[in-house]
Write a protein that binds this ligand. Sequence first.
Ligand code: ADP
Ligand code: MG
Length: 381
Amino acid sequence: MTDAALETFEIAFKDVFGRAPEGTWAAPGRVNLIGEHTDYNDGYVMPFALPHRTRAAVARRDDGLLRVHSAEMDGGVVELRVADLAPGTASGWATYPAAVLWTLREAGHDIGGADIHYDSTVPVGGGLSSSAALQVVTALALTELAGLDLPRQELALLCQRSENVYVGAPVGVMDQTASACCTEGHALHLDVRGLGQRQVPFDLAAEGLELLVVDTRVKHAHADGAYGELRAGCEAAAAALGLPALRDIPYAGLDDALRALPDDRLRRLTRHVVTENRRVEEVIALLDAGRTREIGPVLTAGHVSLRDDFRISCPELDLVVDTALASGALGARMTGGGFGGSAIVLTDTAAAPALTATLNAALPAARIFATTPSRGAHRLS
Ligand code: ADP
Ligand code: MG
């Protein structure tokens, strides 16, 4: 993780590419406060942006080349011909920026080659969406340099499309939307159906609270395949009920829906999605009422649902949550795709140092940091 002064970052671009950048941009990683595995069910999510961000220093090229370099990756400059970009052709980390450029061009935007140098403070592969930060900072930089001012949600959708079509991962739109649209001091309520957004004030300090992120630095082997299976299971449950998506089951209709489903797995998946959408609504109501500390039990209930119904937790994530709760945390849950990655822990600020020490002792490999809701993607210089 690299966090140098902006001037040093611009000099790093110059060292790699032999000239000055035309501008620099930043886009953050995110954590999801509540609303897990609801985005591909047309439901509610509620991420906020981390202070950790990926930066891009960029200068355009007129010879049809895309050259990318990352301080976080070995292997030097990766050079690609813009005209040759096509889904399924690239490999390695450069696939992400290549995919964004290809998708922007597919959408009809006149964007050519560029030199791009990245650095990042977002842990890579920690479930905090370093990949979305990389996509969004690339899309924002390339469009702004081309004189385009795309709406942020559209920018996020283009990044999602780049991952779906070019990278080949069937991800939802939460991560990119969070990185592109979040604002300081707020969590973002996104209704994935229709993409309605509301910035919900999320002021931890006002109530003497802290939110810890615990990156377990564990990723179990089945993490990637599981996503597709879960998604397919949710779609099968909705189809069995004759509904477009599990989002269409109101909380009051959950019992009827469960009775109508043919097997236990579909019932478990459905119960998680319907109760999780409900938990998003509960958290919003509490935050709007200024009762932030009361969201703790709702977060914990979300963990139990992911562990027992969705069955995507793992021993390390359960250990974080159990240890935190046993040590006086107000609430805790795994966040992200599951089978590793990160958990979040809500605690009184005064109790945070002792809690961090206890968690560190229980999980020596984990990376633990306090966080505040931060700014979405923006231009730096
Ligand atoms: P997460 O998004 O949870 O951090 P992913 O596996 O989705 O994990 O994305 C991580 C991948 O994104 C990396 O393996 C790499 O290919 C790419 N990536 C993310 N950040 C950077 C960066 N700063 N520089 C280069 N590649 C990056
Ligand atoms: Mg990712």
